[in-house]
Design a protein around this ligand. Structure first.
Ligand code: DLL
Length: 443
């Protein structure tokens, strides 16, 4: 039966069997786990008990998956307010690992794992790599940052447990990355898509064409990227570029992953129960509708999250996937409720600008959005790198390209924005998550 076989290579990995559970069995498992986790947090975590008491909800009121709507939401500030260990549902003696996410302001948020949590995390990362077509025999260069960031160690444990050969190179030191990729015969790389762009570019400067190397798979995540960016990466490097999603609060990478169909990310919903809500009202929306992704960890022990508001915008895909996995898919996450900025009354997301830019020939996928305030009015300037050929061309053709880009953005956003063409290598490259917006309004 087709569904018992892995997407690529035709070898079934038994570690992935939860991806293919019959749906009624999956729902039963989720319900049992939901009931257990609600009891756990009510008994062990003061914040959850208080919030449920305030709503007059007891663990016994949770008997089905629909009952989840009775439970209160958890938000990022709850993790800050209880910093560092206030949401733990076990003693520190049971915690075998801590990670932290730096955030932009103030204290980081801290997340904890028991030994069992690490096993679950490893298993969902095995499922992630397998869904991206990796397996034993692959040589995986893990260029996600090792350390407090969950990307490095999360991918590391998964890739190792998969039976692949892991190169724990972490992020940065780009020239060495390229040397290793070439000399060790790397077949797959795990890193942010923006860092891989940087690798392609740097390899070119070093006289290495990634297309000539054995690498065939990219396991990319940790930041938003667009379909246009995927096309660029795939054609510039001849690899298949997969999108993987996760967040520290829930587990790290390993929450959802694309499969060979590349048509949405399968959410490992036997461990992470997804809901979509209207970010304004908090109302639950049906499958198919776009809204904020809310996740409940069904099996986490050290730090379970109940109805965690991710701020990531997506929708749940109802249609079954040709790959045969029964766990549902979410659409690629291009936007967060908090990366939106409002310019002259129009809501703008960086990913919309990325799509508009990459639709035009001659641009490079390196761009930055500068927000400024001039005479009390918000202004936006998009800086985008263009190829050497364009840049050394005559002024008239540069001007023409600038106009085309401005029009492309205007068509998408319905507002006029300033566009500045800059030379290749002008925009700072990231070793991890790219910084797309420079907000100079408060500076
Ligand atoms: O970025 C975990 C991770 C590591 C995911 C490696 C994938 C690969 P945080 O640093 O806590 O965790 O950031 C989580 O990053 O809420 C999203 O806004 C964004 N994000 C993560 N993956 C994607 C993706 C890790 N594939 C936040 N597409 C999330 C869009 C993503 N955004």
């Amino acid at each position: 039966m087709a569904i018992l076989w892995n997407d690529i290579g035709g070898k079934f990995n038994p570690a992935c069997s939860s991806d293919y559970l019959p749906v009624d069995q999956l729902r039963t498992l989720q319900t049992q786990r939901l009931i257990a986790v609600v009891h756990r947090v009510y008994d062990r975590v003061e914040m959850y008990r208080k919030r449920m008491d305030e709503r007059s909800v007891t663990p016994d009121d949770i008997r089905s998956l629909d009952d989840i709507a009775k439970l209160p939401f958890t938000v990022k500030t709850d993790l800050r307010d209880t910093y560092p260990f206030g949401l733990f549902a076990c003693g520190i003696n049971e915690v075998v690992r801590l990670h932290a996410s730096s955030g932009t302001t103030g204290k980081p948020i801290v997340v904890a794992y028991t030994a069992e949590d690490i096993d679950v995390w490893t298993s969902v990362m095995v499922r992630t790599f397998a869904a991206c077509g990796c397996g034993q025999g692959d040589i995986i260069q893990n260029a996600y940052g090792y350390g407090l960031f969950t990307g490095g160690l999360g991918a590391h444990y998964g890739a190792e447990s998969l039976g692949a050969t892991v190169i724990p190179i972490s992020g940065g030191n780009t020239d060495r990355q390229i040397m290793v990729m070439k000399d060790f015969g790397v077949t797959a790389i795990a890193c942010t898509p923006s860092y891989f762009l940087h690798l392609i570019e740097r390899a070119g400067n070093m006289g290495v064409d990634i297309k000539d190397l054995p690498i065939k798979t990219g396991v990319f995540g940790a930041e938003p990227w667009t379909e246009a960016m995927r096309k660029y990466i795939e054609s510039a490097s001849n690899i298949k570029a997969y999108d993987i999603y996760g967040l520290s609060e829930i587990i790290g990478p390993g929450v959802a992953s694309e499969c060979s169909d590349q048509s949405g990310l399968h959410i490992f919903e036997d461990h992470f129960y997804p809901e979509i809500i209207d970010p304004e009202t908090g109302d639950t929306l049906p499958d198919g509708a776009e809204g904020e992704l809310v996740l409940t960890t069904l099996s986490k022990k050290a730090m379970p999250m109940i109805r965690y508001r991710t701020r990531d915008i997506t929708s749940i895909i109802q249609e079954p996937c040709p790959c045969g996995r029964t766990v549902r898919k979410i659409r690629r996450i291009g936007r967060r409720t908090d990366d939106m900025f409002i310019i002259r009354g129009v809501n703008v997301f960086p990913s919309q600008i990325e799509e508009a830019l990459l639709a035009v020939e001659g641009t490079l996928p390196h761009y930055q959005i500068i927000l400024m305030r001039e005479k009390g009015l918000d202004q936006i300037e998009v800086q985008v790198e263009v190829t050497e050929e364009v840049f050394s061309d005559e002024v008239r053709s540069m001007e023409k390209l600038r106009t085309v880009l401005a029009q492309s953005i205007e068509r998408t956003l319905n507002i006029r924005v300033g566009v500045r063409l800059v030379e290749p290598h002008t925009i700072e490259r990231s070793m991890g998550k790219a910084k797309r917006i420079i907000d100079k309004r408060e500076m």
